[in-house]
Design a protein. Structure first.
Length: 117
């Protein structure tokens, strides 16, 4: 396999194998041996995408704190038919079975600004 790789890829694969044998992370191995970390990782990533190098056993860390969410209908909302609830600071509550028109909201809540404004 190393015959078909570029010099940069060969160095990266050798570093990956040596790091595994030494029980080190690739990053630590590269730093300890004077290799630039980013090009080594980029070369390994490209080879993994091509299937030339196997993937890792470790789960990937999320780069973001956002997680996937699946939206389903709530049984309570289906039973009650409520879509929108307006709660006033004076204590009254209006529950709507569908989204009220903006003109109605403006009439019911005079002087209130649009939440998007």
């Amino acid at each position: 396999m190393t015959e078909t790789l570029t010099r940069r890829q060969q160095v990266a694969v050798e570093a990956l194998e040596a790091a595994r044998q030494a029980g080190m992370t690739l990053s630590d191995y590269a730093k300890a041996h004077g290799l630039e970390v980013r090009p080594v990782y980029d070369a390994i990533a490209a080879l993994r995408r091509r299937g030339a190098v196997p993937g890792t056993d470790r789960p990937r860390k999320r780069k973001s704190k956002f997680v996937a969410v699946r939206v389903t209908s709530s049984p309570a909302a289906v039973r009650s038919g409520m879509v929108c609830r307006l709660v006033c600071e004076h204590g009254w509550v209006i529950e709507c079975g569908e989204w009220p028109p903006p003109s109605w909201l403006s009439a019911v809540l005079p002087g209130r600004r649009d939440a998007a404004a």
